[in-house]
Design a protein around this ligand. Structure first.
Ligand code: GLY
Ligand code: MN
Length: 465
């Protein structure tokens, strides 16, 4: 946990920022059974709960009263029946104390408490529930069907605005996650050999992360099929001539994430074709990240990134015509189907549970939820000092998509389908780093991880010869 003062200050700031009355209701996550009640997945606390309270216990609730400024934690202490299975652990009262909460009451009292608030015609503000059990609980508390639950927009906006600007101590923790993640990636690069299965690389990384007090912040994407954006199948055999896309990041004990991607050849050297495609993506991350600064719209960073990708593909004869027009027409979505980056913090896609519209967009410029490519852009709004985010351009040759577009001759004025056919089975490349926006620009977070072709080849040569 951070200091008690941190949590008290964050809550006071939240109350100050919300221009509304009533109560703020915070819910935690619950233990999730794998196959029966007492055999559970590792517990992960809800990130907003972690941010404002730092307590990692399941099934507790906290109410912040906006009118009286009172804070109450609803939860049950371990019974002797619990203690015989778990041992004597830190009590809930002790945890509450560390979080700066003086008043704890039994869990079941939440029902009467919320009912009383509703009867007083006061507003119960809650965040969007993403777990089924919290939807059910809210429906019971608010006495409305799940379909009529209405998360509080002022609450969401206040949390997003606060969590989007990282404190110094949060950035330090993200950099801890990155320090482990960078070493983990280097180890993965070093371990990769023809004849290995992709999951063997994941196992090497898991070992390193856990030895250093971290877990994976998300299921690692380690694949020779880098064109599959979130390829979680890691059973393929690696051969000379393949490239490995490694998108993996650690989470610290406090819950902060890192999210790095590197793509490298299984052989010690890139082939000429691999060099060509890699160089384009490398140019894209360099040109896009160089734009990062307060007041820059991330939408423009995305456009710079896809323009660089399309210029490079034009040099290879895959794209033709005017690049600006090609970008304008969305022809780039044949090669890059997602967004160039996202906020990062306590969640790898920070605050995505609160709604991409609120995290990545503003009311006046809402998210396009329909257009192919654009609907996957998680971040578009102006950046601010203290934002932490990823930049992650890529080129993805997706055979099924290429076949569809080829059959339709879609955007044929911009795409040379005969030339593209030669690259159809190439796979995909992504390069991703993490950044903090500073007052005068940006800083790349964490230790340096090889990014250029020379750096990667030299590292592999030095260690494999
Ligand atoms: N690291 C996976 C993603 O950003 O979607
Ligand atoms: Mn990412």
């Amino acid at each position: 946990m951070f200091s008690t003062e941190t949590y008290i200050r964050r809550r006071q700031q939240l109350i100050h920022n919300i221009d509304s009355k009533g109560i703020l209701l915070f819910l935690t996550n619950k233990e999730s059974p794998i196959n029966f009640e007492h055999n559970c997945y590792p517990f992960r606390q809800d990130s907003s709960f972690l941010y404002y309270f730092g307590i990692k216990a399941p099934e507790i609730y906290v109410v912040l009263d906006l009118d009286s400024n009172e804070t109450i934690l609803f939860g049950d202490e371990a019974s002797i029946d619990d203690i015989i299975w778990t041992g004597k652990l830190e009590t809930l009262k002790e945890k509450a104390h560390k979080s700066g909460i003086q008043k704890t009451v039994p869990k079941k009292e939440i029902f009467d408490y919320v009912e009383k608030v509703i009867k007083q015609d006061r507003t119960v503000h809650y965040l969007p529930p993403y777990q089924a059990y919290n939807k059910i609980l809210l429906s019971q508390l608010i006495q409305k069907p799940i379909s009529q639950l209405q998360p509080s927009i002022p609450f969401i906006k206040a949390v997003v605005s606060q969590r989007s600007v990282k404190e110094k101590q949060e950035i330090e923790d993200i950099e801890k996650a990155l320090a482990v993640t960078v070493e983990m990636h280097k180890l993965a690069m070093l371990a990769t050999q023809p004849g290995m299965k992709e999951y063997e690389i994941i196992n090497v990384m898991r070992h390193y992360a856990e030895d250093h007090g971290c877990t994976f912040a998300y299921p690692p994407i380690v694949t020779k099929h880098g064109e599959i954006l979130h390829n979680l199948h890691s059973h393929h055999l690696l051969s000379l001539g393949d490239m490995v896309l490694n998108d993996s990041g650690c989470e610290t004990d406090k819950g902060y994430a890192a999210d790095l991607t590197r793509t490298y050849p299984v052989a010690n050297k890139f082939t000429p074709v691999q060099r060509d495609i890699y160089s384009i993506v490398h140019a894209a991350i360099q040109s896009a990240s160089s734009m990062l600064a307060p007041q820059t719209k991330f939408r423009d960073v995305h456009l710079r990134s896809v323009t660089t990708l399309m210029e490079g593909l034009k040099d290879l004869g895959i794209v033709r015509g005017n690049v600006e027009d090609a970008v304008e027409s969305n022809a780039f979505t044949l090669f890059f189907q997602c967004g160039t980056g996202h906020m990062m913090g306590l969640d790898v896609h920070d605050m995505e549970d609160l709604g991409e519209q609120y995290v990545g967009y503003i009311d006046e410029e809402p998210k396009d939820t329909k257009t192919f490519g654009w609907k996957s852009l998680r971040l578009a709004k102006k950046l601010n000092t203290g934002n932490v985010l990823t930049v992650e351009p890529g080129i993805y040759f997706i055979p099924t998509l290429i076949d569809m577009w080829t059959a339709e001759r879609k955007h044929a004025e911009f795409i040379n389908y005969n030339q593209l056919e030669k690259y159809k089975d190439f796979g995909g490349i992504r390069i991703e780093d993490n950044y903090v926006i500073t007052e005068d620009g940006y800083r790349t977070l964490g230790p340096h991880l090889f990014q250029s072709i020379d750096e990667i080849e030299n590292y592999r040569d030095a260690n494999l010869s």
